[in-house]
Design a protein around this ligand. Structure first.
Ligand code: MG
Length: 404
């Protein structure tokens, strides 16, 4: 007789209560909103790990409120002040970025919320999956850099990767309850702050202008990625790995109202979409309660009749070359996503520091993809080497741009 595997619903209901969460990047935008959800339902969730890169004071306040088993600060310089601040509490303080992957694997969380930014999110992603923990993933770079490796690892370990990214959450919500083949998915994009700016003026936009996202409040790095539209390119790659689709099955539609969070088209031509106000609490909570739905801590009412006109248009890949680059990277596979991500991280940092122009970001990426020969990405060691090489290549090129 075949063994009956429990359904997702049964597994969720049978899980010990409260669900134990490792919240990696708890002081960032996604991390803070995750803790809103924990605060709202202490009987359902307990945060057992909290972490920050540098914001140790906020981490200390969070740790005093949520009393996790571990508080981790990646930047060693802040280990001592954090330790002093938490000396009177039963919270173990760890420091260093290597500790984060170790504690992710070793803690007794059943779900890891990975809200880290950039390549730094990959080692904890791998550690969580290796340890058999459910991964609620906001760190899309994990899948951009090593999507094939990460999803194969999840499959081998029988672990779920549940997206927090709003578009991918929308797609998961559309797919839930369906078993028929998907024809394609349509990722919606707000278009960022420069949607209506003439292409010729992009060269001279300021950091401040690029950071003023019209719809979503997010961290600096992802906000710049949204302005170049590389964020959408990353999301195309993320969708490819999360949902096992080909590049030709993924479309992008610019939808400035940000009401429709994404769509799925099925074999019969039916389109399903998920709509709502742009509030990340929903996709975060859905990743934690999937496939159930619970009331949100902040229940902002959504009114369809007050949305006004909704429209959808094709993205301008000439004005925003990063989106086209991401599609090419997806087709090429191997280590191209790792090079793309590393070059972008360096370029965005340089742009935020006022060292290069906005339009240089795509130039840095193109330079690195051209300069570094294609390779496979069979393991994490190769990913680390490729990441380091691409960062050096980008840094050299940026230094040259500054001498213009
Ligand atoms: Mg998104």
């Amino acid at each position: 007789m075949p063994i009956q595997t429990p359904s997702v619903t049964e597994r969720f209901t049978a899980a010990p209560v409260p669900k134990r969460l490792a919240v990696l990047g708890s002081t960032g935008s996604i991390g803070r909103q995750t803790l809103d959800i924990v605060r709202h339902r202490p009987e359902k969730f307990r945060a057992v790990v909290l972490s920050t890169n540098t914001r140790w004071e906020l981490l200390a306040r969070q740790a005093a409120e949520f009393l996790p088993d571990y508080a981790v600060v990646a930047d060693e310089r802040f280990a001592e002040p954090l330790r002093r601040a938490l000396a009177h509490l039963p919270v173990k303080v760890l420091s260093g970025s290597g500790e984060l992957a170790r504690v992710t694997a070793g803690c007794d969380a059943d779900t890891v919320v990975n809200a880290l930014v950039g390549f730094a999110g990959l080692p904890p992603t791998v550690a969580a999956l290796e340890a058999g923990k459910t991964l609620a993933l906001a760190n899309k770079e994990s899948l951009v850099v090593a999507g094939e490796y990460v999803m194969e690892l999840a499959r081998r370990k029988g672990v779920e990767v549940v997206p927090i990214d709003s578009e991918h959450s929308a797609i998961l919500q559309c797919l839930t309850g369906e078993s028929s083949p998907v024809r394609k998915i349509i990722l919606t994009a707000s278009g960022g702050p420069f949607r209506r700016l003439p292409a010729g003026e992009l060269e001279n936009v300021t950091v401040e202008q690029a950071l003023a996202h019209p719809k979503w409040e997010m961290g600096a790095k992802i906000t710049i990625d949204s302005a170049t539209m590389l964020n959408k390119g990353f999301e195309v790659i993320e969708a490819r790995w999360l949902f096992g689709l080909g590049a030709s099955q993924i479309e992008v539609a610019v939808h400035p109202q940000a009401v429709v969070h994404s769509l799925v088209e099925f074999a019969d031509g039916a389109l399903k979409a998920q709509l709502g106000t742009p509030d990340m609490h929903l996709p975060i909570q859905y990743a934690l309660t999937y496939p159930e739905r619970w009331e949100l801590p902040s229940d902002e009412e959504f009114s369809l009749t007050r949305c006004g006109e909704l429209f959808f248009e094709e993205p301008d890949t000439e004005k925003f070359p990063a989106l086209g680059i991401a599609f090419n990277v997806l087709e090429s596979g191997g280590d191209r996503g790792c090079v793309l991500n590393a070059a972008n991280e360096e370029a965005v940092q340089a742009f935020l520091a006022g060292r290069i122009r906005f339009t240089d970001i795509a130039r840095v990426i193109t330079h690195c993809l051209d300069r570094i020969p294609y390779g496979e990405l069979p393991d994490m060691e190769t990913a680390r080497e490729c990441n380091a090489l691409a960062r050096r290549t980008a840094a050299d090129y940026i230094a040259g741009l500054q001498g213009r």
